[in-house]
Design a binder for this molecule. Sequence first.
Ligand SMILES: [Zn+2]
Length: 376
Amino acid sequence: MTDDEITVFWHDRMLDHEPPAGTYKYPASPIVAGEERHPDRRERVENIKAMLDHAFTEATGYESPERATREELERVHDPEYLDWLEAFCADGGGRIEDTTTGANEATFDAARVAAGAAMAAARAALDDGDSVPYALCRPSGHHAQPDRADGFCFLNNVAIAAEEALSRGADSVAIVDWDVHHGNGTQEAFYGREDVLFVSAHADHGSWHPEYHPQEGSLGEVGNGAGEGYTVNVPLPPGTGDRGYDALFERVVNPVVREYDPDLVLVSAGQDAGAADPNARNLATRDGFLRLGEHVRRLADGTADGRLALVQEGGYQQSHLSFATLGVFEGLLDRRVELEQFGTDDPFAWLDEPTELVDAWLDEAVDHHRTYWNLE
Ligand SMILES: [Zn+2]
């Protein structure tokens, strides 16, 4: 037990993962003079750490996670895939065929540390409810499927954390994924199961690669067999902002998770719904993320005796990511921070969201998920 209000699981090894240069599939060419760096930069998590150290100096403590073991990884991932990934990285890595995902020689080890950080956060949530555990990890995990890397992800950190919680006596885990992209890998890992509820709200990007990413994230993907109804996808239109995300929680996420009544709430916390993110088109600001932090805190308090852990996913505008994540922590701790120069403002809060469009999409989601859940 410590007096810290936030426990950040952090390890410098996670900074050594570096995807090959070139954003997406367009390297420098006669019409693109500058070689753009891959958006998954180490500065993403370094900036969040700097913001936490500045804004929550007294409240934040750090713990160094152990690497996830082979056995722990195999709770989610196929052995053949793990063998391939380890060998691919040992050979120096590179881009994985024609996808946007790529590795270097450090990636497999960094990903094992990231998975270990997520597991440690889940254990902390089960063992000690006084501090909010946050796995500040990279590479991210929620696109990694049991048998393949996808979407800058290699090992599914939050899925491995959920399995760790189940192995330590939790009967059920709810994963709330507010990353702006569909958590397709997490969905795939638990698609046929009822002991893990998966709720994902995301841009309606569909399948971005027929082979590596067949899942759509559509309303109709609800799970199968015993898992039918326990995958809850909520596509959101471009421009969804603070009000829309609040309505999403009020109308869908909160009632579904309350009805499910898990032993642990895990959050796939990707702050790439932020207003300035280059990899998305949504408009959430520090205020909106504050509300998300409040929502998951109350959900965990109301259903899981406060057992809550957050796992870092995406977020690619490096400076806004730290403001957005500050908002999450302000909501989690129910405390606003006055920043020098910015006060409680978000310097990227520029645009209004299309309210009627967002509400129409939420109406459709509520209508669809009423088949399985008590929604109004
Ligand atoms: Zn994302």
